[in-house]
Design a protein around this ligand. Structure first.
Ligand code: ACM
Ligand code: ZN
Length: 768
């Protein structure tokens, strides 16, 4: 249902003198983030004004409800300065909280507001808690305004779309204090998130005290320095820290008060270097091992054939389950290279004993991992808990009763749901807030990227869809050592996520969300959260008009602001061209734009557009690109737009194991002497430089003659960069040009896991 908004009370009240005192009243808005299911506001009716005598009423014998009422009181204070008293009974106008088990589900709530009071009932105490969050976010911030705060008359009835609404924090790569973890939990509560996935162990740090294995924290929670760039560079600052079991219980209790379940993750059998450094006998080779100071995926993992390693996993999980009462226990299962297992006598003996045979889908070693995970799952099931793991679990076949967190690609969730296993969507392309490429998406686009992801695939039947139980964002902390960076990455994207997790698809609308966002940013500001400010910058959205042969570039920004721009690379200011409609671009252009609000300029947004002889000319690709990097079957290669270092931005064509070869029809015999290819290199993700460029020409599009060839060097170290490769030659005249960026077949050994095939990537091919 659409929200019905009857506006006008405030204006009417101000004009007609309806107010109880002459202090002006500020009325909030019930349309908060996440958008509730049904909202009816009556702005003609008198609102509920909060005064110093306003009380919050709830049953004194319900401790959870009393605590929730205290939260409401503190929230009201946060934004209005008034701190309503929590009482068991009140005759005066009050906010009344109660449980009504007839509501749709435990997390559902209903709010009724009129001038005489607020009635909030929840399907359980958690429902009341979410109603309290909505009340909080509906309040106007009146602390510094001298106005009296009021809630609009109206009704809300609300219920979450997904039962599982999660957020993950990696404390393995960098350690965060108990106090800061609590602050993160406060952020989750504000966004109606109900699961805190606590990634407690990593190669680079073991962070949870295990009484039976004290060296895990004595040795495994310390490393002498951290990598600060892939060059590599290091900070030479020791990174250490772990949570005692008592501290972990404190976090569990803190979260539980906010109706958040803490799910611990012990990542097995990969990502275990810190454990191996502590107990080398758990690895295939016996070590020695060190807690690594570099990031990446390491070939050293727990030995899959050693019963001691399995016992270790069971012992650790027994203690973990003593601390964490959560239904789900996450045991990782991701990124576990099988190199060591293939060569390990113990692993191979185990494979033989278990009679594991390779199948077309699963190697013997993958099945050994399934065996290992299933054995651990028995330990979890014996305590009445459920196993949760990353989607690599699919590789060896899913252990019984396991729930999967799909991170590698949204399709993984389709496979899981079809196997009738429950699945949570955490695709790194949308919900990894730490993804450095993704972090380069600026402004509102960074929010849109999260907001527009739909977790439930249309490929699934309704019955299969019921296995998609939720969505989660993750913050990995390789490059994140402090709260500033944590908050910059997660806020306000967490609010986009919240709407995906909570609101129905019918109620999800990006423009409406952007309009509701300023009220939430007020709360961020009041709390001092270091949220990302580039949402205030200008968003540049080019669209290729292939018929007209031009780019049409739209500019937009957050809230109301004047947009000014230049096309010659100069800095825009208040006197530059004012944006009114999409700009047609038919030449090489360096567009810069700013938003001007109250005389203040935002940061400059910039995008360069190319123009050359192949611009908007028909183009065909000889080899099909990889299905994830098709870029409209290569049409982006001549549209003048460049991709970002986020190679999933839709502008990159990527071929794996084959050359990237494009044939361009220039329309008529044309003279040219240079060809360039704009490429991306990210050897961490198997994207290598082109091995060489080849240029061929033809007059009939069938028989080609080579005019230039240029071999290119292989990288000597890990490389992440955007690079333009070009080749020049004596002027030729031809109608067709065939441009080949050769894939690197001789892949250099740069990291522990060398890919079998390299990618070659391009976003534009130029002819001049
Ligand atoms: C993961 O990102 N390796 C789960
Ligand atoms: Zn082994």
């Amino acid at each position: 249902m659409k929200n019905i908004l009857v506006s006008g009370w405030t204006a009417a009240a101000l004009l007609c003198g309806v107010m109880v005192s002459c202090t002006p009243v500020a009325v909030g808005d019930l349309n908060v983030i996440p958008q509730p299911l049904h909202v009816v506001q009556d702005r003609e009716a008198q609102p509920f004004v909060i005064t110093p005598s306003t009380k919050i009423v709830c049953a004194a014998d319900n401790a959870k409800l009393v605590r929730t009422a205290q939260f409401l009181s503190s929230y009201v204070k946060e934004v209005t300065g008034l701190e309503p008293e929590v009482v068991a009974r009140a005759d005066v106008r009050a906010i009344r909280l109660a449980v009504d088990s007839t509501l749709a589900n435990r997390e559902a709530y209903r709010l009724r507001i009129d001038a005489d009071g607020v009635e909030l009932s929840g399907g359980s105490e958690s429902g009341v808690f979410y109603g309290v969050q909505t009340l909080f976010k509906s309040l106007p911030v009146t602390l510094d305004t001298g106005e009296r705060p009021a809630l609009p008359a109206g009704e809300v009835s609300d219920s979450p779309r997904f039962a599982y609404r999660g957020f993950m924090l990696d404390v393995g790569r960098h350690f965060f204090s108990v106090d800061y973890v609590k602050q993160v939990i406060d952020m989750l509560a504000l966004h109606n998130i109900n699961h805190f996935h606590w990634h407690l162990t990593e190669d680079q740090g073991w962070r949870i005290e295990i009484l039976k294995y004290p060296r895990l924290t004595e040795v495994g929670s310390v490393r002498p320095r951290s990598m600060t760039s892939w060059k590599p560079e290091y900070d030479n600052v020791e990174c250490r820290g772990y949570y005692t079991q008592e501290q972990a219980r404190e976090i569990v209790d803190y979260a539980a008060e906010r109706f958040i379940t803490v799910i611990p993750e012990i990542d097995l059998p990969g990502h275990m270097m810190a454990a191996l450094a502590s107990y080398p006998e758990l690895g295939c080779t016996g070590g020695p091992y060190e807690v690594p100071c570099e990031w990446g995926v390491f070939k050293e993992v727990l030995c899959g054939g050693n019963d001691k390693a399995l016992q270790f996993a069971r012992d650790v999980l027994e203690e973990v389950m003593d601390i964490f009462p959560s239904e789900y226990i996450h045991i990782g299962g991701d990124e576990c290279p099988k190199e060591r297992w293939k060569a390990c006598p113990k692993c191979q003996a185990k494979i033989r004993r278990l009679g594991l045979k390779a199948t077309p889908d699963h190697s013997r070693e993958e099945q050994l991992q399934r065996y290992f995970m299933s054995e651990v799952a028995h330990t979890i099931a014996a305590r009445g808990r459920k196993m949760l793991g990353w989607d690599e679990m699919l590789h060896g076949g899913l252990p019984e009763n396991s729930t999967v967190m799909a991170w590698t690609r949204p399709d993984a969730a389709v496979s899981v749901a079809r196997l009738r296993h429950n699945c949570i969507l955490a695709p790194y392309q949308y919900f990894y807030f730490s993804n450095p490429h993704f972090n380069k998406i600026k402004g509102l686009k960074s929010l849109q990227r999260v907001y527009e992801f739909e977790p439930v695939s249309e490929q699934l039947t309704p019955e299969e869809q019921s296995h998609i139980i939720g969505a989660q964002a993750c913050l990995w902390t390789e490059w994140t050592a402090d709260s500033l960076k944590v908050e910059w990455q997660i806020l306000p994207r967490m609010s986009s996520l919240a709407e995906v997790q909570w609101s129905t698809p019918e109620n999800r609308d990006f423009d409406s969300y952007v309009e509701r966002l300023p009220a939430l940013l007020e709360i961020y500001n009041r709390r001092g959260y270091d949220f990302r400010k580039d949402i205030y910058d200008v968003m540049i959205q080019p669209e290729a008009d292939t018929v007209g042969g031009v780019l049409r570039v739209g500019l937009s920004t957050f809230g109301k602001a004047d947009i000014r721009y230049t096309l010659d690379g100069s800095q825009p200011d208040g006197g530059s061209l004012r944006y009114t409609a999409p700009i047609a671009i038919d030449r090489a252009t360096d567009l810069k734009a700013v938003a001007v609000r109250d005389g203040r300029r935002s940061e400059v947004s910039e995008e360069r557009f190319a123009r050359h002889l192949a611009s908007f000319r028909p183009l065909s690709l000889t080899h099909a690109p990889h299905k994830d990097y098709r870029a409209q079957l290569g049409r982006t290669l001549t549209d003048g737009c460049f991709g970002t270092s986020n190679y999933r931005d839709g502008r990159w064509v990527g071929c794996r194991g084959t050359d990237l070869q494009a044939v361009v029809d220039l329309g008529e015999k044309t003279r040219f002497s240079k060809v360039w290819v704009s490429t991306l290199i990210n050897t961490n993700d198997d994207i290598f430089p082109a091995a060489g460029l080849v240029v061929e020409t033809s007059d009939d599009g069938l028989r080609f003659t080579e005019v230039a060839r240029k071999p290119l060097p292989a990288p000597a170290s890990v490389t992440v960069e955007l690079r333009r490769e070009e080749v020049t030659f004596p002027t030729v005249s031809a109608r067709y040009v065939r441009i080949t960026a050769q894939v690197m077949n001789d892949i250099p050994d740069l990291k522990t896991v060398k890919p079998e095939k390299a990618f070659v990537f391009a976003d534009e091919v130029g002819v001049e």
